[in-house]
Design a protein around this ligand. Structure first.
Ligand code: NDP
Length: 252
């Protein structure tokens, strides 16, 4: 696979799961990686592993739902690492359960992280990505949005999560059309059940439903989705992978 030496990537939600694995794989391919999330201790641990493997990592403690912090995460990356070739909008929360009787603060959290956070980071990053595409040896830059199977298939019990991830899909295709001729590739990754901390934030009764639904499914590992992102960002300049839906084999 092609190397990413000389490029700079910013990964949101890099303190665990898919974001952590993606940051590590990008760094292993030679990209300098900025790691953004709220849990600085977890980011420090990821950065230490990347550095001990010979890579470059920058820790940025940021809550992407605060626009000033999202902008500052992007600007800090460019100030410290010199440019921005790749943004992976991965930060997300999944709080499932029926619409009727739902604690609507869970809806607020999902809309703010999954949609607004992704929009703020994209808005701040795209001018830098356009610049990187025009002045880098690769001649291309990447914005990868992590959506979900839930961005393609609505289900009873995940209505608002569905709404946020369908929104990510719609925004991604619109932005793709806007910037693709400037050689910024906008890609959408839609993972199925992946073994991370994500579902652990649900209420106990919701957790039970999720566990029952996936009890016979061998989940994807975070590394599988990181590998998918790596595939996307290492394609040649003329090839843009618009969308990849990746499920565990046993997920119906
Ligand atoms: P994790 O819970 O392990 O990771 C979520 C990441 O998002 C954490 O690093 C967390 O960091 C970060 N995050 C949450 N809120 C904020 C915030 N306000 N500001 C900055 N960062 C934030 O779950 P996954 O790795 O599974 O999730 C990553 C993405 O993958 C999400 O978008 C999710 O919807 C998507 N996905 C996951 C699937 C799965 O089955 N696991 C399936 C389909 C899609 P911190 O708490 O430190 O801020």
């Amino acid at each position: 696979m092609k190397r990413l030496d000389g490029t700079v990537a910013l990964v949101t939600g890099a303190s665990s799961g898919i974001g952590e694995a993606t940051a590590e794989q990008l760094a292993a391919r030679g990209a300098a990686v900025a790691l953004a999330a709220r849990r600085a201790d977890r980011l420090d641990a990821v950065a230490a592993r990347i550095r001990s493997a010979g890579g470059t990592a920058l820790v940025i403690e940021a809550d992407v739902t605060d626009q000033a912090q999202a902008v500052s995460a992007v600007e800090h990356t460019v100030a410290e690492l010199g440019r921005l070739d790749t943004l992976v909008n991965n930060a997300g929360v999944m709080l499932l359960g029926p619409v009727v009787g739902a604690p609507t603060e869970e809806w607020d959290r999902m809309v703010r992280v999954n949609l607004l956070g992704l929009l703020y980071c994209s808005h701040a990053a795209v001018p830098h990505l356009i610049r990187a595409a025009s002045d880098g040896s690769r001649g291309v830059a990447d914005l990868v949005n992590i959506s979900s199977v839930a961005g393609r298939v609505p289900r009873s019990g995940s209505g608002v999560y569905n709404a946020t991830k369908f929104g990510v899909g719609a925004f991604s295709e619109s932005l793709r059309q806007e910037v693709t001729q400037k050689h910024v590739r906008v890609s959408l990754v839609e993972p199925g059940a992946t073994d991370t901390e994500l579902r652990g934030h649900n209420r106990p009764e919701v957790m039970e439903t999720i566990m029952a639904r996936f009890k016979d499914v061998e989940p994807l590992q975070a590394e599988d989705i990181a590998d998918t992102v790596l595939y996307i960002v290492t394609r040649p300049r003329h090839m843009s992978v618009n969308e990849l839906l990746v499920r565990p084999t046993e997920q119906a």
